[in-house]
Design a protein around this ligand. Structure first.
Ligand SMILES: Cc1ncc(C[n+]2csc(CCOP(=O)(O)OP(=O)(O)O)c2C)c(N)n1
Length: 514
């Protein structure tokens, strides 16, 4: 068995049985090993941002890592933006990058580069395997680093000769770290603060946004009167009928400040201290009001559900303390497409147990409240702000959950970063409906131009923020990649297109012309 085969066998034995790949010459022995080893599903992405984003979506839905296969420094570099997003989402990925044979590196061939240097900012764990004898053990260590409570981006660099030379066999994966429990004294402090009622905010993300975590937060809020809000962006949130609806801290600074202004205490449950996405002249970076105390109850990797159970018990909260919530009614929209009618159609179009990937940018800013009473679903957001995240993440989520429908909502500007996802969805027959909001603008940046005080917009500046000349034709692009598409211009047409998409399995695209 050569090194590549020892690695693939170690991956499969260690539970990493999906590999999102875009290989080159230095990875050919890994590719060859796929033919000899049963049990590895290999999914080709036609750009590395698809590969790394898909691995992020896979982890968020499955809770265990997939592997990638990337081609030297440039392949890794193409995938870095979505690795950045995945790292911010605390996703685990076994990120495998090919390298020249060790003896070839000194010759400075065209593809030679500092791969470790490129990997480090977007990986918490980086190792170059020194020989075919060590590849299996290094692969096992990468799996352990990408799994468990503190899942990481683990980049394993695989020189070509370590792949083709003779190996010793496969390696056992060390037991990953278990999710740490929580600190009881931190819960005691949170209990004291929660009892102060509406001047205390529980700020949630991570495992606190599971159905179970939210149900406990709802009981605590019902009993004590404290408020519960989620971070602006969250890796995954359980939402829809029967689940506790929580608002998010608004993205826009001027909207976030009034939401937070009356809190004397913020209890962080995996969440970060609320800060503005960007700095703006004469606006604060820190969004909490002056004098507000921040207390951390749990950090990423800790068991927030167990901590919320302890908090509920400390304040005496029970299921009967839950206060009923009134949600926006679901009504089929008619007439023109606008943010409200689009939201109403989406709310009815989310299928039972659906997975929603949200990169809707300005079109979707108001989607949360109107979709509160949609069928139960999970909602995934971009944690790192690098656009081009959603269609790859949708691809990986669909691979992870073949029995759930994925709805990917994406602005046309964002969708143009990683449109190749559609080809992978067609090839793998993934159940993804991509909804592109074709406003033919970088709409958000028009607002940001004002917000940073850039002055009056002239025609050359405007040209940098518009996507016209020519207009993008999403239905044709989808067709070219094997995905059937339809363009809609009214609310009725949009609802019908969503119903049609839900009526059958497989990838589809809806271009919402705004
Ligand atoms: C990798 C990367 N490049 C550029 C940006 C800056 N940026 C943020 S939003 C945006 C445009 C988004 O346009 P679209 O998806 O059409 O949504 P809209 O603003 O029109 O709602 C750009 C270019 C970014 N966030 N990430």
């Amino acid at each position: 068995m050569n090194g590549a085969e020892s690695l693939v066998r170690t991956l499969v034995a260690g539970g990493v049985d999906v590999c999102f790949a875009n290989p080159g010459t230095s990875e050919m022995h890994f590719v060859a090993a796929l033919d000899r080893v049963e049990g590895m599903r290999c999914v080709l992405g036609l750009f590395e941002g698809i590969v790394t984003g898909a691995a992020d979506g896979y982890y968020r839905m499955k809770g265990t890592p997939a592997s990638t296969l990337l081609h030297l420094g440039p392949g890794l570099a193409n995938g870095l933006a979505n690795l950045h997003n995945a790292k911010k989402a605390n996703s685990g990925i076994v990120n495998i990058v090919g390298q020249h044979a060790v003896y070839h590196i000194e010759h400075n061939a065209p593809l030679t580069s500092d791969i470790e240097g490129l990997a480090r900012p977007m990986s918490q764990w980086v190792r170059t395997s020194p020989s075919a004898k060590t590849v299996a053990a290094d692969g096992a260590a990468a799996i352990a680093a990408a799994s468990g409570a503190q899942a990481q981006i683990a980049t394993l660099i695989l020189p070509a000769d370590t792949a083709w030379n003779e190996a010793d066999g496969i390696a056992q994966v060390p037991a990953p770290e278990q999710r740490a429990n929580f600190h009881a004294p931190a819960v005691d402090v949170a209990a004291k603060l929660a009892k102060e009622g509406e001047t205390t905010l529980l700020l949630l993300t991570g495992s606190a946004l599971t159905e179970q975590g939210l149900a406990l937060a709802e009981q605590i809020a019902g009993k004590t009167g404290c408020k519960v809000i989620s971070q602006t962006y969250n890796p995954r949130m359980a939402r829809g009928q029967g689940r506790f609806f929580v608002e998010r801290v608004p993205y826009v600074v001027d909207s976030a400040l009034p939401v937070l202004k009356n809190f004397k205490n913020i209890v962080l449950i995996e969440a970060n201290d609320p800060v503005a996405f960007f700095a703006y002249p004469n606006k604060p970076s820190v969004l909490k009001p002056e004098g507000c105390n921040v207390h951390r109850m749990t950090a990423n990797g800790e068991n927030s559900v167990a901590a919320l159970e302890a908090l509920a018990s400390a304040v005496g909260a029970k299921p009967s303390d839950v206060k009923p919530q009134k949600h926006a009614e679901l009504v089929k929209p008619t007439g023109a497409l606008n943010h409200a009618s689009i939201a109403a159609a989406i709310a009815l179009g989310i299928p039972e147990n659906g997975i929603v990937i949200d990169e809707s940018i300005t079109t979707g800013r108001g989607f949360f409240a109107p979709t509160a009473a949609a069928k139960p679903h999970d909602w995934l957001q971009n944690m790192g702000g690098s656009i081009g995240f959603s269609t790859p993440v949708a691809t990986g989520a669909a691979v992870a959950c073949p029995d759930r429908k994925v709805i990917c909502m994406v602005g046309d500007g964002s969708a143009m970063y990683t449109p190749q996802s559609l080809w992978t969805q067609a090839r793998e027959n993934l159940d993804v409906t991509t909804v592109v909001f074709a406003n033919r603008n970088y709409q958000i940046l028009k607002g940001e131009f004002d917000n940073v005080g850039a002055g009056a917009m002239g025609s050359r500046a405007l040209d940098m923020l518009t996507l016209d000349r020519p207009n993008l034709d999403w239905v044709s692009m989808a067709k070219g990649m094997g995905v059937p598409g339809v363009a809609v211009t009214t609310a009725e047409e949009f609802s019908k297109a969503l119903d049609n998409a839900n009526a059958s399995q497989g990838p589809k695209l809806i271009e919402v012309i705004m």
